[in-house]
Design a protein around this ligand. Structure first.
Ligand code: 3PY
Length: 254
C-alpha cells in the first residue's frame, strides 16, 4: 500500500509569530479531526524549522519538510543549507526541483540528481517535483518532457533508494496562476508517470510510489483530484497558509 501524503509548501511566507500560530492551528485541527491514514508534512521556510519542530507533538501524525537543500555535503557555499543540517534538526522530507527553483535558480535535472542523492544519504524522503510549462503542454511532447525529468534525476537510483522517493507532479501553468489541472488531466499524467516508473523499476515499486498532485490545489478541488486512482495526495501551495483550508484538504485525502 502506498502512503497518502498531504504536504504544505509555505514558500517564502510568514514571519515567526505567524508561522508558530499557523503550525499550532494545524496541529490542533489535525489532532482533533483527522482519523485516517494520511501523513501530513509541513514545509515552512528553513529558518523556522528548528523552532516549529517544538510545536509538533510526537503523537500527531505530522512531519517537517524543507523546501530545498544544497547538493554538496558541506563547504564554502555561503547562504546554503545542507542535507546533513536538515537531518540534524529533525527534518524528514525535502522538496526538490520545485518549478520556482528550476525557473528562478536555474536548477537542472543533473543538479537535482545530486540533491536527491544527498537527501537519501541522510535517510530523508525527497519530494521530487516535475511538470511541464503551458507552451510544452500546448505544443510539445509534454508527457515525454516530464518523464525525462524523472529519468535524468531519479533513474540512477537503486530500487531500494527509489522506493524512498515521493513524486509531485506540478504543471507549471497551474502554479500561482489559480489554474488547476482537471482531475482527468492529473490522473492521465500520474498514470503515465507510474508506467514510466514501472518500465524502470517494475510494477511493484511503481504501484508503491506515492505521486502527489501540486498546482493550485485547494479545498474545493481536492476531493475530485484525490478520487483519481493514481493521485495519492497533494503538495499544496497557497492553500497551505490557511489552517482551516489546509486541514480540509487533509480531510479530503484521509
Ligand atoms: C502551488 O500549489 O502553487 C505549488 O507550487 C505547490 O508546491
Amino acid at each position: 500500500m502506498r502512503k497518502k501524503i498531504v504536504a504544505g509548501n509555505w514558500k517564502m511566507n510568514k514571519n515567526l509569530d505567524e508561522a508558530k500560530a499557523l503550525v499550532s492551528e494545524v496541529v490542533n485541527m489535525v489532532r482533533d479531526e483527522i482519523t485516517g491514514e494520511v501523513d501530513v508534512v509541513l514545509c515552512p521556510p528553513a529558518v523556522y524549522l528548528t523552532t516549529l519542530r517544538q510545536y509538533i507533538p510526537t503523537e500527531v501524525r505530522m512531519a517537517l519538510g524543507a523546501q530545498n537543500c544544497h547538493e554538496k555535503e558541506s563547504g564554502a557555499y555561503t547562504g546554503e543549507v545542507s542535507a546533513l543540517m536538515l537531518k540534524s534538526i529533525g527534518v524528514q522530507y525535502v522538496i526538490l526541483g520545485h518549478s520556482e527553483r528550476r525557473q528562478h535558480f536555474g536548477e537542472t535535472n543533473a543538479q537535482l540528481a545530486e540533491k536527491v542523492n544527498r537527501v537519501l544519504e541522510y535517510f530523508m524522503y525527497p519530494i521530487f517535483c516535475c511538470g511541464e510549462s503551458l507552451d510544452q503542454r500546448e505544443n510539445g511532447d509534454y508527457v515525454g518532457f516530464v518523464k525525462s525529468q524523472l529519468t535524468e534525476s531519479l533513474f540512477h537510483l537503486s530500487p531500494e533508494q527509489f522506493s524512498k522517493v515521493v513524486i509531485a507532479y506540478e504543471p507549471i501553468w497551474a502554479i500561482g496562476t489559480g489554474l488547476t489541472a482537471s482531475a482527468g488531466q492529473a490522473q492521465d499524467m500520474h498514470f503515465e508517470l507510474r508506467q514510466h516508473i514501472a518500465s524502470k523499476y517494475g510494477d511493484e515499486i511503481a504501484q508503491d510510489t506515492t505521486i502527489l498532485y501540486g498546482g493550485s490545489a485547494n479545498e474545493k478541488n481536492a476531493a475530485d483530484l484525490f478520487a483519481q486512482p493514481d493521485v495519492d495526495g497533494g503538495l499544496i501551495g497557497g492553500a497551505s497558509l490557511k489552517s482551516r483550508e489546509f486541514t480540509n484538504i487533509v480531510k479530503a485525502r484521509q
